[in-house]
Design a protein around this ligand. Structure first.
Ligand SMILES: Nc1ncnc2c1ncn2[C@@H]1O[C@H](COP(=O)(O)OP(=O)(O)O)[C@@H](O)[C@H]1O
Ligand SMILES: Cc1ncsc1CCOP(=O)(O)O
Ligand SMILES: [Mg+2]
Length: 246
């Protein structure tokens, strides 16, 4: 970590979550078919509203009224590929926060090309695992105002002169498909109410990680973990956050 990491307290995370719950922002998700359901449910758990249209003829109209846009490359199709430039236009014209989740970008020249196209928009927040972020590093280095959000045992958030480390979460979060994708949607939801991209991402991942810790204490295995994670996220308050943030 080049810059010293900033610290985050429970009141800051609770404040951002409260704003999301109060304002009920919509997050328009162009996302993969594997993670659509869990992504929508995690957004609902924090009080945001998911929408998931992808047809190129309507995607701009549907996304225009959203508070943020998520582009996830997980099961990108030719339809999704044609929707991406329209979403970039909406984000640019309306000044909407945009989050990119470059699923398996390290495996596919198509995904790399599309990720590079998204990164031509200034100020994108990119949330991926270590392999994805490493593969994307040259493009991230060229991207204007980009926020790097690298998740794992410890999440690293770097960009715009800020840096955070989030040491919350549970290994069970790697045992249910779509939970990383859902974390990207939560970053987008927090960005709708918090103008500081790094603080928004740190709050989203802190809340998500603490919900994961709570859910792991209740779950019998990965199947029930996902269910408990949604409940724990929906029930998070400042006291629960403070109890685990020390
Ligand atoms: N070993 C781990 N211990 C605790 N939390 C983890 C661990 N690995 C990942 N996480 C958490 O799981 C979520 C998904 O992260 P990750 O597995 O990196 O994404 P992806 O599913 O896209 O590969 C993040 O919230 C992250 O903090
Ligand atoms: C398995 C898989 N394949 C394409 S998208 C997807 C889901 C990935 O979800 P996550 O990155 O949250 O684990
Ligand atoms: Mg992922």
């Amino acid at each position: 970590m080049s810059a010293a990491s900033a610290s985050l307290d429970a009141a800051q995370v609770a404040s951002i979550l409260a704003r999301v719950a109060e304002r009920r922002p919509r997050v328009h998700c162009l996302t993969n078919t594997v993670a659509q359901n869990v992504t929508a449910n995690m957004l609902l758990a924090v009080g945001a509203i998911p929408s998931m249209a992808s047809h190129p003829e309507e995607v701009a109209a549907v996304a225009a009224g959203a508070g943020a846009i998520l582009i996830n490359l997980g099961t990108i199709s030719s339809e999704g590929e044609r929707a991406i430039p329209k979403l970039l236009d909406v984000a640019r014209e309306r000044g909407l926060p945009l989050v990119l989740d470059p699923v398996f970008v390290e495996l596919s020249p198509l995904r790399m090309r599309l990720a590079q196209a998204v990164l031509r928009l200034p100020g994108v927040s990119v949330r991926g695992n270590a392999a994805e972020m490493a593969a994307l590093d040259p493009a991230l280095a060229r991207a204007q105002g980009v926020l790097r959000v690298t998740t794992g045992r410890i999440d690293r958030i770097e960009g715009a002169g800020s840096a955070y480390l989030v040491a919350h979460g549970h290994a069970l979060m790697t045992r249910v498909t779509g939970l990383g994708c859902a974390s990207s949607a939560l970053v987008a939801a927090c960005r709708t109410v918090e103008p500081d991209p790094a603080l928004a991402a740190a709050a989203a991942l802190t809340a998500y990680g603490i919900a994961g810790e709570i859910a792991a204490g209740r779950a019998a295995g990965p199947g029930s973990f996902a269910m408990h994670l949604i409940d724990a996220l929906a029930g998070l308050d400042e006291a629960a956050l403070a109890a685990r943030m020390g």
